[in-house]
Ligand binder design. Sequence first.
Ligand code: 5GP
Length: 208
Amino acid sequence: MLKRQGNLFVVSGPSGAGKGSIIKELIKQRRDIWVSVSATSRDPRDGEQEAISYFFKTKQEFRRLIDQQAFLEWAQVFRNYYGTLREPVLEALKKGVNVILEIDIQGALQIKEMYQEAIFVFILPPSLEELENRIIHRGSETPESLALRLKTALEEIAYIEKYDYFIINDDLADSTAKLDAIITAENAKVAQDVVALLEQADKGFMLG
Ligand code: 5GP
């Protein structure tokens, strides 16, 4: 039987738009997706777990991983480093698993450069007021970092035109169903297999 490789889905959107909640809901429903666990230099929030929420690193450890070319993409977001580890993503795609990257726009643009076949989904909050409420509700931000997250949200929304799909997240079940439908439709598309291309492309990719 012809084994297709997995599709790579990049999910972005302002902090507080609800990307994480939608993805968490979807993995309860589908067995054919795997969500990449990023590395970050930011401190864990209450309830976050090593290797489940993130791989938590010091800035120094993170920079060492950059030097070792361990990342498919990485970026500085809100004064911390965030990055997608290369190997697990490539392995999962080869095995035919759909991979989800929940990453910011800088990272998404890097993936777009190296892997045009990736599918880009932008999650929007129902309104900016609602976005602010959600971030405040999370309780982990200082007034300064809240202001930075809101300013960044406005800047990020301008990049929506780079994305293939958008979901306005005003209802979790509805938004999850939309992401589910996007994945199902993309998996049914006639497309060329491209992991080999990705591996070639990333050899000369960025960091330089
Ligand atoms: P948070 O601190 O709220 O967990 O994440 C802050 C931002 O970093 C979010 O927009 C999130 O999507 C982004 N982010 C998380 N992991 C990665 C990653 O591996 N690479 C990039 N470029 N951004 C990431």
